[in-house]
Structure formats: C-alpha cells, structure tokens
Design a protein around this ligand. Sequence first.
Ligand code: F6R
Length: 241
Amino acid sequence: MRIIQTDTYQAMSRKAAAVIAAQVIAKPDSTLGLATGDSPLGVYQCLIDWHKSGDIDFSQVKTVNLDEYRGLSPDDEQSYRFFMYKNLFSGINVPAENRHIPDGLAGDPAAECARYDDVIARCGGIDLQLLGIGNNGHIGFNEPADAFTKGTHCVGLTDSTIDANSRFFAKREDVPVRAYTMGVRTILSARKIVLIATGERKAQIIKQAFFGDITPLVPASALQLHGDVTLVGDKAALSLI
Ligand code: F6R
C-alpha cells in the first residue's frame, strides 16, 4: 500500500486526481470506478479543470459508479446519477453511453444486480477504483457485516449511514433505506484502488481499516488484501497512523 499524506483537502484532491489523470493518459480507454459523497468533490473539480485546459481527454473512458439509492429516479437531486452529472459528467467528455450507474428504479433488484455485474464485465473490469470511506468502515454501501460481500447486491442501510447521509436530505425520513452497491469482491477485482480520506472524523476508521484486523466488521479492511492500493489523505485523516 502507498500512503500519500497532504496538508490540505485541496492538495489531497489534486494528488488523487493526478493518479486518475495518469491512468487515463496511459490508457485512454480505461474503465474508472467512481464514488459519490463529499470526499471526491475536489478530485472531480480538478479533473474538470484539467479537461478544460486540454490536459485530459475522456472520450474513450468508461465509468462505473459504486452505488445508487434504490427508489430514487435519475432526476432526483439526491440520486447518485444526478450527483455525478452535476459534479463531474457535465464538465468532462465521457460519452453518455459509457457512464454506468445502477438503476435506482429497476423493478427487479436481483435482475438489476446481475445486469450491473454484466456491465462491469463488458467494460473489461475496472482499471482504477476511486473510494471514499464511511465512518463505520463502509466502502460503497458495503456495511459492517458477518461476511464480505461478493458482487453487486441490494442492501439495507445501517442507522449510522442513514444518519451520515441525512445531511443531504430535508429530513432523516427522506433518506432511502435501501441501495445498490458493488460488492467487496467487485471492488477488490479493480486493478488499482485509490482511497481518499479527509478530516479528523475519518482518522480512527483509517487506522482500523488499514492497520487493524481484516474483518467484514470493517469492510474497508479487505483493501489490505489488494496489491495496488493508494491511500491519499490529508493530515487530519491520517493523524492516527
Ligand atoms: C459513495 C460511497 C460511500 C462514501 C462514504 C464516504 O458512492 O460509496 O461509501 O464514499 O460514505 O462519504 P463522504 O465522502 O461523504 O465522507
């Protein structure tokens, strides 16, 4: 594992964006696994800026997002599809047909999970997966559990995740209670993984995930089993390691 520590959130964002840019420059038809949340906003802004200045071309890139709330339509402002359009896709040139996110409105969850695994396979697998980390160690929506998850599945969200995500909704009751997510096995099958972490509130879980036991009770601890993980964090998030 490589650890890159930066002084600020902005510097963390630039470093992680640089790793993604290097991937796309070296392999223009890369498949990028993408995340939502607060952590990647700065990374996405850098990628938009570098695209606008002519430094990165995304015209052959394919993207697969980690997760999506079940029950939200793509034009719901809280859906991850909406988030990705607003914060990244509207500013870069990944063709619309190359952008993949689980369909929150799919009628048959099992069929949607199988379809999404097939989409990832048809993209040739994930070259680089960008991850954030939940305060409870979740990656994607893989919550602490008795066993590591495998492929895409539909999960019930824990109270801790619903609490954390309620900041984006008018009221807690509006937070969807189920979501689609890539499984831990899917994430580990990515050729490269970049996990970003910012702020003191992530310090404890970063220590547990990367230096504690490998256990499904801390889903991110599975990343210790991967051969090419880069942890990019600001000094507050890395303060306990
Ligand atoms: C989002 C996702 C989540 C977040 C995690 C951290 O697609 O998969 O696992 O990465 O909840 O969220 P932030 O970055 O908001 O702290």
